[in-house]
Design a binder for this molecule. Structure first.
Ligand SMILES: [Zn+2]
Length: 145
């Protein structure tokens, strides 16, 4: 059987630029996969359908980056959060409505967040090459819910 990507990274990226967070719902086990992969991250099935995710969840961990990619110096520091979406998958994004210098475990871990009004589009840094990165890479941007 020929295996195709139901949702390519490029398609996911383009939707994210329009502030739509897409994921894959498994028709076999019912679990969600996001960002997209070729198979269900839970059971490995390829019987997947593209769905729009709620974009809401809670912060499970975070890091503050003071070292941005080349050509992105103005963006540092960046608060990067790992969010457990309500549908289950964990995705990485930026949290924009708190000063990264004031980030703490107390102020972040377990807090509810939702996809912000504008997911940030990066022009692609010195390390981003290839067709996927063309036109910029969108990163989910979260705000407190
Ligand atoms: Zn599955």
């Amino acid at each position: 059987m020929e295996v195709k990507y139901k949702l390519t990274f490029k398609g996911w990226n383009n939707s994210l630029k329009k502030n739509k967070l897409l994921g894959l719902k498994c028709r076999d086990c019912g679990k969600f996969t996001c960002p997209p992969k070729m198979t269900c991250q839970e059971c490995g099935s390829i019987n997947l359908e593209v769905v729009e995710m709620s974009g809401e969840g809670k912060i499970v961990t975070y890091t503050v980056s003071y070292v941005p990619g080349e050509g992105r110096y103005v963006e540092a520091p960046i608060l990067i959060v790992m969010v457990e979406l309500d549908e289950g998958p964990w995705i990485m994004g930026n949290l924009t409505d708190i000063d990264p210098n004031r980030a703490s475990i107390e102020s972040l871990i377990g807090k509810r967040v939702k996809l912000g009004p504008h997911s940030k589009v990066y022009p692609g840094d010195a390390y981003s090459t290839g067709e996927e990165a063309q036109g910029g890479e969108a990163r989910p941007t979260f705000i407190f819910a």
